[in-house]
Each structure stands twice: as structure tokens, then as C-alpha cells.
Ligand binder design. Sequence first.
Ligand SMILES: C[S@@+](CC[C@H](N)C(=O)[O-])C[C@H]1O[C@@H](n2cnc3c(N)ncnc32)[C@H](O)[C@@H]1O
Length: 474
Amino acid sequence: MNYEAVNKLEATTRNGASETAAPLPSLERQLLLAAAEGDADEVARVIDLEADVDYQDEEGVSPLMKAAEGGHRTVVAALLQSGAPWNAQDKYGYCAGEYAMGSGHQEVVDLLLDFAVQAELVLGALQRRMQVGSGAAVANSDYLNQRLIYRGEQLLDAEGDAVMMGWERPLMLRHAELICPGAREADETTTITTISAAAAEEEEEEEEGRPAEGTEPSVAVAAATPPSEGSGNVSRTGTQVQGRRRGGGGRVLNVGFGLGIVDTAIQSHSPERHTIVEAHPDVYEHMVQQGWAERPGVRILKGRWQEVLPELLADAPYDGIFFDTYGEYYEEMREFHKHLPHLLARNGVYSFFNGLASDNIFFHMVYCRLISLELASKGLTVEYEPVAVGSLGDEVWQGVRSKYWHFETYFIPRVTHGESVELVEEEGADQGEGEDRAEKEEGEEGEGEGRERAGGEEEGQGEELIQATDPVGH
Ligand SMILES: C[S@@+](CC[C@H](N)C(=O)[O-])C[C@H]1O[C@@H](n2cnc3c(N)ncnc32)[C@H](O)[C@@H]1O
């Protein structure tokens, strides 16, 4: 196509000199085409002519998505630099990162992830709108004023949205095992697998050129899968977590009781002291009815964690901490994380319900990295352990207004005191304090398990979408 000629006509049309050149592609259409072809020069030229890089066609497809799908790294970089939004979604809800994943272009996935994480650190657009718990878009104050219903293995709010559901039980059991010093940590292998481009293509055939709906497009992660059991198309890298016995029952803190699944599991690991923070009056009443207030070693703090924070800090440090609230945004969780260096013992383990952006795998990955980075700035290290959830059928969601989990894999965070790294943007006031605290405890308790990090520099590890061993994701 003679783009120069097209542009002259395009410019004339835009200036109103001619209304008859309609069939010619707009600058934006040219940009879409050039991006799909990976024609970096043409992309630069059309952008110079002020083509709108935000453009999305009638299917919601943007030039960035097209470039990502084609694996055109230079074009993707140019579009991002020119302001193309990394988080735009097509009409099926897929973003550029998923287009890259869907066609197996790991380099482009990494580029988009890095860009997205940096953009989020600076602008925080995703952070502010994303809820930390299950899916309902309800403010914490509104939620706390609603009547709740306990129905079997479901805890529902007044709108019929799920506050907590029984399908999470295996995840909660694992969270409890990770944070409880009394739990024996068996030898285990966590394995992250990335389906090869060939496998991704097969998936794509089902959905004609766009990522398969309702699935994690080219990424599947299998927990503890021995390499020999995988299919031929799957490349994998294992990360060994050394088994060890962690002595003593310890002091454990859980924020958010819900169905009490995690607290029951914590109890099974015989903590010396078990503190539970719960804000909702109906949940509190349920806990009392169930006899939690009389359990030896259990202390219930009634109120929002924000309100009881002084008591939590006075009682700190804790050997294990779990955070799983409802109706709170990422901003609130970040606020909680600010206090972690003080709350968490030197050898302690922190974990949280990892449900951020649970309807979009790429946004979810951005969050995993974002949280890792933000915690790293506080001297904390995050490892993500993949656990297979499988496909949750419609029967699981019966009676619940909205489905809040869409992936087949859940990444369990294991947070420990580790190395501190610098962030581009961060409130710095609390950072030093946390490190001092950690050093002080180290002096008291000696070099510890909290510093232990999984090893495993196997070939190909750099290709993993989420790296269990590296909080920064590089
Ligand atoms: C998803 S449920 C927790 C489920 C729990 N992990 C389990 O195993 O059953 C969230 C709980 O957090 C409580 N909650 C919500 N906001 C809170 C806050 N700001 N402080 C403390 N608890 C809160 C809710 O009332 C609810 O009981």
C-alpha cells in the first residue's frame, strides 16, 4: 500500500477539504496494520502523523494487542513509549499481555509485565480499583453494615455475593501450613510450567485467532507435578523448597475469620497463641456461638484491623500471619503491608489471599509482581507456590451472585524477611524502621529460616512467567 499517498488524502479529509476519501484507511487503521506486520518504521511514521495509539477497532483490538500477538517486541516497545495503554481490553476482556501469552511470545510478555508493573508503581491505576478479596465491588464500610448469611460452606452478603466459600478449603489449609510454626513442612517440589508455543497454538485453533475464552491463554501452572508426568509440549522448571521441621506452636495472627476455615486449620497446628481479627458483627457473633472465644490460647479482636492495629503492634511480632479480608481495595492491603516488618517475626511467615484481579491472568501476574516489589522495598521476600485449583464447575457457584475466581491455578504467597531493594516510587518513612526491627530480632534469634530462599538455577528458568524464587520477577 502507498501509505504516503493515503496519508496526504487522510490529512486533507481531516482538514475538511474533501469528504470523498472515506474508503481509505484511517491513520489508526494503518497503525493497526503496521503493528500486526511488525513494521517498526511504518509504526513510527504513522505515530509521528499523530495516529491515536489508544485506538481500538470494533472488536476492541488495539495496535498494541496486534503487535503483542505477533511477537513484535520493538513495535510493542514503541507503542508503549508513545502512550498506548498496556491494560486496554478487547471486547472479550483480553489485554495485550494475554495476546502475547496466547501466541507464546515470552519476551513480549516480559516486556509488557515490566512496563505494567512500573506504570502501576507510578500511576497506580489498577491498584486503586482492585479489591483484595472475593469479587464484589462493595466498600468495606457498606459491607460491614450488611446482614450476612451463613449457608453451608458459603458466607454471603446481603446482595448474595460470596464473602467466603468452601471451595477455598484446600488453599486455606496450605496457607495455614505455611504460616504455622507447628506445621511440619514436608519435602516438596513446586513446579511452574509454561506451555510451549506449539501447545498455545493448539489452544488458539479452538478460538480463531484470539485467546481462548475463560481460560489462562497460554499459561498453565501445575503444582508439584513430577517432570515425567507432563505432556510433551510442556517445558518445566522445578524449584526445590527444602523440607524442615519448624519447632514450637508459635504466635499466629489471622485477619478475617469468614467461615473459620483457616483458623480451624491454624488450630490443628497447635499455636501457643492465636489472635483473630474480625470486623463484621455477624461473623463475630457466629464465632462466639461456635465457642471460639473460649478456646485456650485464642484471642479475638473485634473490629477492623485498622482499628485494632495498635493492639496488634503492641503484641508483635507474630511467627505467622494471614490476611484475608473482604470489601477492601489493594490500597488497604498495601497499608497493612506497611506494618508487616514490625508485625512479622524475623523467622516468621506471612501469607494473604491472593485474589487480586482474579478474572484476568495478566493483570493477576502484574499484581503478583507488584506485591513482590512493594514488599521487597520493605525488606520482605515473596515466593509464589502454585496450587492447582482445577476447573470450578457451575455447581460450585450455585446460589452465588457472581463468580469471583476464574483460574485453574492459585499462587500461594509465602512472605519472609529477606533482602531490601529500591523502588522507583515508594513511601520511604517506614522502610528503615522495619529493617532495624528485623536486624534486632536477628541478633536475638540468630540467622534464621526466614532468610532461606528456594534455590534452583535450572536452564530455562528465566523463561518462567512468574518466578517462585525471585520477588522482583527478573
Ligand atoms: C474472605 S473472609 C475470610 C475467610 C477465611 N480466611 C476463612 O478461612 O474462612 C473475609 C473476612 O474478613 C472480614 N473483614 C472484612 N474487612 C475486615 C477488616 N477491615 N478487618 C478485619 N476483618 C475484616 C470479613 O467480615 C470476613 O469475615
